[in-house]
Design a protein around this ligand. Structure first.
Ligand code: ARG
Length: 399
């Protein structure tokens, strides 16, 4: 690891990121460390986190509110792209990383730091997202990842920290690795490493167990404007509020849990549990509104783009030219994606039961089986004659 004098470190308040501070100073000769805790709606008190960084040896401890930017610049584009990794994971953790990378580089510029650092280990996706996100913002800045290199076990890390006055965790630390923000929670490790182990109820916070959900269904209407969710039950809500409101309503009905074996960037398969109530329902509703407002060819072509886009988010390529080009395509398609989706929430299901849009291209007088049908039935025969010609020729030849 090359030398750096002044480093901005992504800080969570946990033991590992705290130990990064004395470690980089002692082992790597870093002179000054500025920590940055990004508030992305993890709902944790960041006041104590701020002090903890100073107690661990940071010279400046920044806490920055990135919530609004997170929703408008990261979650909303993902919704427009109907982004679900391997068809299920709404990317709550993956979307946060490029924003944190951007915040780190901004702070490094402001404080004249020559490196940025994060506490990710060598086996995860987050190291890839941080490293690439940082590089894309500033290709000349050094990225330091002490926890990727130090090779200490959990116990050794705690013991190392204690030498520098970092208190070991008071409660017996949880066996799980949990990442949390406004868009959801990602839970892994501990007993969950056994793919047969049913997730214990205690790991969930945002989505209720079916046994605790109401016995009556609840209807929910989500309004979109050009692909962006703007209203809940007719009420206009600002981005953060909208996500919080939906997390509560949707999670309350047991909707938004995912349990999957996922393919990581580094080639490892891992067992992951997610809860992302708002994102899950928003993507489902958005996709439905597209089916009402987009032509068949745009809808179908966009599916392939969505797959690529989703992979790019997962694989740390948020800031890349292809992703930017896909953004332009997706943005163009959203021009008419405005309207309202009606959803019935009940016992773990979010069922779309209605949709309306002033931009709808659903045409009742073409679709109807009733008397006011405007479809030219005579045209069907000629269409099938021509459409079927290659099939007829081929069948003749193979008779
Ligand atoms: N597997 C998920 C992802 O790559 C979640 C990672 C969770 N991170 C964590 N530090 N627990 O997006």
């Amino acid at each position: 690891m090359g030398r750096a004098d002044k480093v901005v470190l992504a800080y969570s308040g946990g033991v590992d990121t705290s130990v990064c501070i004395p470690y980089m100073m002692e082992e790597w000769g870093v002179k000054e460390i500025i920590t940055l805790a990004a508030d992305l709606g993890q709902g944790e008190e960041l006041g104590p986190v701020k002090q903890k960084a100073l107690d661990s040896g940071a010279s400046v401890s920044l806490v920055e509110d990135g919530r609004e930017e997170f929703i408008t610049d990261y979650a909303f584009p993902a919704i427009k792209a109907n982004a679900l990794y391997e068809n299920r994971y709404p990317l709550a953790t993956a979307l946060a990383r490029p924003l944190i990378a951007k915040m780190l580089v901004r702070a490094a510029d402001k404080y004249g730091a020559d490196a940025v650092a994060h506490g990710c280990t060598a086996k995860g996706n987050d190291q890839v997202r941080f490293d690439l996100g940082i590089l894309a913002q500033n290709p000349d800045i050094k990225v330091m990842a002490p926890a990727r290199e130090w090779g200490m076990s959990r116990e050794e890390t705690i013991a190392y920290g204690e030498r520098f006055g970092i208190p070991s965790p008071v409660k017996k630390s949880s066996p799980y690795s949990i990442d949390k923000n406004l868009l959801g929670r990602s839970i892994e490790a501990g007993p969950l490493e056994d793919p047969m182990c049913e997730p214990p109820e205690e790991i969930f916070e945002m989505v209720k167990a079916i046994s605790d959900t109401p016995d009556e269904p609840e209807y929910l209407e989500i309004g979109f404007e050009k692909g962006i969710p703007t209203t809940v039950n007719g009420e206009a809500l600002a981005p953060i509020e909208l996500i919080e409101t939906l997390n509560k309503i949707v999670g309350g009905h047991g909707v938004g849990r995912v349990d999957m074996i996922e393919n990581r960037v580094v080639g490892i398969k891992s067992r992951e549990i997610y809860e992302s109530p708002a994102m899950e329902v928003l993507i489902k509703a958005h996709r439905d509104l597209e089916s009402l407002t987009l032509t068949a060819d745009v809808t179908q072509y966009k599916r392939g783009m969505e797959e690529t886009y989703t992979h790019m988010i997962y694989r740390g390529l948020w800031f890349s030219p292809l992703k930017q080009a896909l953004d332009a395509f997706i943005e163009q398609t959203q021009e008419r994606v405005s309207g309202v989706i009606r959803i019935k929430l009940f016992k773990g299901n979010a069922t779309i039961v209605g949709r309306r849009s002033e931009k709808s291209i659903y045409t009742p007088d073409l679709a109807t089986y009733g008397a006011d049908d405007k479809f030219d039935h005579k045209a069907a025969e000629g269409f099938i004659y021509i459409w079927g010609l290659p099939t007829r020729v081929w069948a003749q030849a193979n008779k």
